[in-house]
Design a protein around this ligand. Structure first.
Ligand code: SF4
Length: 717
């Protein structure tokens, strides 16, 4: 063991499925054990030839409907705390000062958000975050278990760490920091539990509902072990109550045995206990600063649907929603921290985000008589029993409450289930300019017989009806989906049904995967993973090719020539080389300008590249809105283009302003390159002003209007 300082510690416990968890920011001093359950996402198709009998509703500025006061009760229970101002100069702070941790995150946005929660928990206890693993003595990996490939990446990392540690133990160098604790967090920790210890790749194993307990477990490993000899707890039995399942009477109980300790170092600790109500609602996540204008906010955890292929209900537990008031408070705090100048986008996160339902005491008191909106349409079935007259806040209430916080804040959400898209939600998206016109509708398959085996609760026809309804209410919507190639028993015809669904709907984005069986799932228990790997790969490739061909054609048809509101993300990593694979030459008026390639996201979440006139590495010069809008609005109301041509002698400097990441800009789409767009930046704007322009039906510029700007626009050659 070389010069390692830790002494054996064994963390164990009785494994029970907890029905309550402390909302206090301090971990419970008692329990230290574990159990598991998981969840994932979905998609859906649409018919591009569908008829629309209903006039699209025009999006309007956020107005005077509900206000924050309608949603926030007087109770302060469950509000997030400001982890940076919590007067935490206490013993823990001093004790942990100088202990550096590093977290590597794999998987989805929920995992990114979970890492932010773990970071908040550790910083509050006085730990410090290192910029690299080499500078840390606590190595944490937040993991994903959704597919075999995702787990393989983590196994590789853990094996590399193990080899490094053993090498260091053989040849200790005084000046080189060595990890004291190697921890595995999240879904793989929940799924594999003792196996990670038996393989000697981790000292600490913590499931998604036990992050509050990490400081206590670290204490056991780092502090107490210095003075205590090994504490051994007898192996225990874990019993996890699986989610309710209407039509399944199998596998409701998960039983596993803890093994004896096999630590990577000399001690280990584990807590994989799942909770029925843990939402971390009182913890303000500490985010990385890479994209300060965008924040993920977790609103719901777990999933009770139990699609037959999915591990998520077994690693993340049952579905539960965070109180609306705590979510509103968190976003308000984020806006206040930056005077509303920096945060421009919030992504609401949950495993079944659109089945959000806040039934907290405060919500039931404020909304005792509310009714749950219906399922997407009559063709959808909910696998969880739910009564419609339940009180509390629903997902539409939450989206409206967040959208009301600032007209300049874009609201997105992921990952939803197609069963929970009632018309109330679709109309909310259509009418509010700051709720993005982007929907994820995970289909998983285009075959009704396959959807039945997958236990998805809808047919191909019902799904297509939903798409038609969505596109009728939100004509400019962008759709995305998830698909699995080669699920158990997939026939050639079932595969072709998925291909035709992709062709019919023409998704803007698709997440396509070859099936890999996961233990504990319904499929693992009763089905056979019988599609050969080579067939899975061939089918996956056909799905990828179909998607790519369709999206390129669709973007050329639908996007080119449109004006899009773009949330600017700044310079691309490759800067000038990204345009056409070589440095672009640009001119403004008569002169050559120093330009760079920047990028951003449209309301529909499409990435768009555009050239800017560089002012510095992080700023650019762009037309200001008053100059540009004068000409656009004049052009839109004039009968003659000559009346609104700008004065060529007008001062160029007075027409320009500075553009940075996090600003909104109007960009004209000039080209489609597969899924990515290219465009010409026109002027800086605000979300509210662009909405006003759209409501005047100025989604395209006439050539004579562009003439008015030509001396000011960057021209890419
Ligand atoms: Fe997994 Fe189905 Fe739940 Fe999505 S809805 S997380 S696919 S079980």
């Amino acid at each position: 063991m070389g010069n390692r300082t830790v002494v054996p510690v064994v963390g164990i416990s009785s494994r029970t499925y907890s029905s309550s968890s402390s909302l206090s920011s301090s971990p419970s001093p008692s329990s230290n054990v574990t159990v598991t359950l998981t969840a994932s996402t979905d998609t859906s198709p649409s018919n591009t030839n569908m008829s629309s009998t209903q006039q699209p509703r025009r999006r309007s500025l956020p107005s005077d409907g509900k206000t924050l006061g309608d949603f926030v009760s007087s109770s302060t229970h469950g509000l997030p705390v400001d982890n940076n101002n919590n007067n935490n100069n206490n013993n823990n702070d001093r004790k942990n000062n100088g202990r550096f941790f590093y977290i590597k995150t794999y998987g989805c946005q929920m995992n990114v958000n979970d890492t932010d929660i773990v970071r908040a928990v550790l910083l509050k206890e006085g730990y410090q975050e290192a910029q690299s693993e080499q500078d840390a003595t606590i190595w944490l990996t937040n993991t994903c278990a959704i597919r075999e490939k995702a787990e393989q990446k983590v196994w590789q990392r853990l094996q590399t760490q193990k080899n490094l540690i053993h090498k260091q133990q053989q040849h200790p160098k005084q000046e080189q920091k060595q990890p004291v604790v190697v921890g595995v967090l999240g879904c793989m920790a929940e799924r594999l539990q003792e196996q990670l210890l038996e393989q000697k790749v981790a000292d600490l194993v913590v499931g998604p509902d036990a992050y509050r307990d990490i400081p206590r477990l670290l204490d056991l490993l780092i502090t107490e072990t210095k003075t205590t000899s090994a504490t051994t707890t007898a192996p225990t039995t874990t019993m996890g109550q699986a989610p309710n399942d209407d039509d399944d009477d199998e596998d409701d109980i998960i039983v596993s045995s803890a093994s004896s300790s096999s630590p990577l170092h000399v001690g280990w600790a584990m807590n994989v206990q799942l909770s029925l109500d843990e939402t971390y609602s009182d913890i303000l996540p500490v985010r990385s600063t890479e994209t300060p204008h965008s924040a993920f906010v977790s609103i719901q955890r777990g999933c009770s649907n139990r699609c037959s292929f999915c591990i998520v209900p077994f690693t993340r537990g049952q579905e539960r929603s965070r109180p609306l008031e705590s979510i509103v408070a968190e976003v308000t705090q984020l806006l206040e921290q930056t005077d509303g100048n920096t945060l421009k986008e919030v992504v609401l996160l949950g495993q079944n985000v659109n089945s959000y339902h806040d039934r907290s005491t405060g919500a039931l008191a404020a909304r005792p008589l509310s009714t749950l909106p219906g399922l997407s349409n009559p063709g959808f079935r909910n696998r969880i029993n739910r009564t419609n007259h339940v009180g509390g806040y629903t997902f539409v209430d939450l989206v409206e409450a967040i959208a009301d916080l600032s007209p300049e804040l874009r609201v997105r959400f992921t990952s939803p289930h197609p069963k929970d898209y009632p018309n109330e939600l679709l109309h909310c998206m259509a009418e509010r300019p700051n709720v993005c016109n982007q929907l994820h509708l995970p289909a998983q398959s285009g075959s009704t017989s396959m959807l039945r085996r997958m236990k998805r609760g809808y047919s191909r026809d019902a799904y297509l009806e939903l798409i038609e309804n969505v596109r009728t209410i939100i004509p400019d919507v962008a759709l995305s989906s998830d698909f699995i190639a080669g699920f158990c028993g997939e026939t050639e015809q079932e595969h072709l049904d998925t291909v035709t669904l992709l062709e019919q709907v023409e998704y803007e984005q698709a997440f396509l995967f070859a099936y890999s069986m996961r233990e504990k799932t319904h499929a693992h228990r009763v089905m056979e993973d019988d599609v050969p790997k080579s067939v899975k790969q061939a089918r996956l490739q056909q799905l990828i090719d179909t998607f790519r061909t369709r999206i390129h054609a669709k973007n050329e048809r639908v996007e080119v020539g449109k004006l899009r509101l773009v949330l600017v993300e700044g310079p691309t990593k490759r800067q000038n080389q990204e345009w056409y694979g070589q440095e672009a030459k640009t001119t403004v008026g008569e002169s050559q300008q120093q330009s760079g390639t920047w990028h951003g996201r449209t309301d529909q979440n499409k990435r768009i590249l555009f050239q800017v006139q560089k002012q510095s590495d992080a700023t650019a010069l762009v037309l200001n809105e008053s100059f540009a809008n004068d000409h656009v609005l004049a052009a839109s109301t004039s009968t003659s283009s000559h009346q609104y041509s700008p004065n060529n002698n007008s001062s160029r400097s007075s027409s320009m302003t500075t553009l940075t990441a996090g600003d909104y800009a109007v960009v004209e789409v000039t080209e489609a390159k597969g899924h990515t767009l290219r465009g010409r930046i026109l002027w800086k704007t605000t979300l509210a002003n662009f909405a006003m322009m759209e409501s005047n039906q100025l989604s395209k510029l006439h050539p004579e209007q562009l003439d008015g700007f030509k001396d000011h626009l960057i021209i890419v050659q």
